[in-house]
Write a protein that binds this ligand. Structure first.
Ligand code: NAD
Ligand code: UDP
Length: 330
């Protein structure tokens, strides 16, 4: 019998790549998505899998539809549902908190009913503005619960704690992926995160919006590497959190220069204030992922950015009215 999986957030950027990988592995997959940040077009390539792929439009903060239970039993539940861009932290903080708490509880209860493993897409944001660098999973973080990022960071921390509690009390086999910045095709060009913003702005010959002095760093993982990491984590026996990210660390200014070079457009920089609690340094220690999953990223930054450039060009050709989303302007 093929394995059966549910992917909450399956119409999103990462979720759609994960659905594709699972289908390629022979799984039957049901995606649940309310399309708050997801897109139908992310799933259009999955039509080739016929009835092995289904989509249910549903908000996971609401009780899951009985028709979903009727499709079971399921082996694996991946919960990737959550808005993820800092632009969303201003516009829908309560929805983000409810999705990570009530929504994740619905997914854990669903997994419990089906005897399934339940993976939670957590984030490097649980480390907050880290005082330890690089960040390994033993670091418990430096998060401001009432700052700009508090709704997202605390939702992810709660989701981890709730997962852990379902493991302790009910022995639901949980998996916790601490995902670091991920990029690639199917990101919305107006999503607001650095790579879509800089590509959209550079391709439209607009100034690149640099928040703060641009010395803050991030480490960028290509999306197919991440999807493979999520898949391997689910197959492993590891119930502790696992960092999934590419340790290649770059400053915001370095990313601006790289994207100017790749697009061939020497646009100026536009300095804007640094959003509250924007982490200064971020790089994953991926020792645990290597030791427990034999996972490491395979796509280097230059290759991944070249693939992304082609994608963002095609998106802007399809809809030239798309603009970058800038914090404070949405
Ligand atoms: P995304 O916004 O593209 O995907 C999230 C998907 O979840 C969307 O399709 C959205 O419509 C759906 N969704 C949100 N709330 C929902 C709800 N209540 N019910 C049903 N569907 C809902 O974002 P992404 O970048 O693909 O992120 C996927 C997951 O990975 C998120 O949980 C995010 O927090 C986590 N993550 C991503 C990154 C990254 O760099 N991409 C980093 C850390 C963590
Ligand atoms: N950033 C920026 N300009 C933008 C978008 C992002 O300078 O138009 C910076 C942001 O301040 C942060 C980094 O890029 O330091 C990564 O931001 P992103 O929103 O991609 O992810 P996160 O902050 O959640 O890691």
């Amino acid at each position: 019998m093929p394995k059966r999986a549910v992917v909450a957030g399956g119409a999103g950027f990462v979720g759609s790549h994960l659905c594709e990988l699972l289908l390629d592995q022979g799984y039957d997959v049901i995606a649940i998505d309310c399309f708050v940040t997801g897109r139908e077009e992310n799933l259009k390539g999955l039509a080739r899998f016929g009835s092995k792929f289904k989509l249910i439009r549903h908000d996971i903060t609401q009780p899951l539809p009985p028709s979903l239970d009727a499709e079971g039993p399921f082996d694996e539940v991946y919960n990737l549902a959550s808005p993820a861009s800092p632009v969303d932290f201003d516009t829908m903080p309560i929805f983000i908190m409810r999705t990570g708490s009530e929504g994740h509880r619905n997914m854990l209860e669903f997994g419990r009913r089906h005897g399934a493993r339940v993976l939670f897409a957590s984030s490097s944001e649980v480390y907050g503005d880290a005082e330890k660098h690089p960040q390994d999973e033993s670091y418990s973080g430096n998060v401001n619960p009432i700052g700009h990022r508090g709704c997202y960071d605390e939702a992810k921390r709660y989701g981890e704690a709730l997962s852990q509690s379902y493991w302790r009390e009910f022995k639901v086999p949980i998996r916790i992926a601490r995902i670091f910045n991920t990029y690639g095709p199917r990101m919305r060009p107006d999503d607001g995160r650095i790579i879509p913003n800089f590509f959209t702005q550079a391709l439209k010959k607009q100034p690149l919006t640099v928040y703060g002095d641009g010395t803050q760093t991030r480490s960028f993982c290509f999306v197919t590497d991440l999807a493979r990491g999520l898949y391997l984590l689910m197959r492993s026996q590891e119930t502790r959190p696992v960092n999934l990210g590419n340790p290649t660390e770059r400053s915001v200014l370095e990313m601006a220069e790289t994207i100017k070079r790749l697009t061939g457009n020497a646009v100026p920089l536009k300095r804007l204030p640094l959003p509250e609690n924007d982490p200064k340094l971020r790089r994953p220690d991926t020792t645990r992922a290597w030791e427990t999953l034999a996972w490491k990223p395979e796509i280097d930054l230059d290759t991944g950015l070249a693939l992304s450039l082609d994608y963002f060009k095609s998106e802007l050709a399809r809809d030239p009215s798309i603009e970058a989303s800038v914090i404070g302007k949405t």
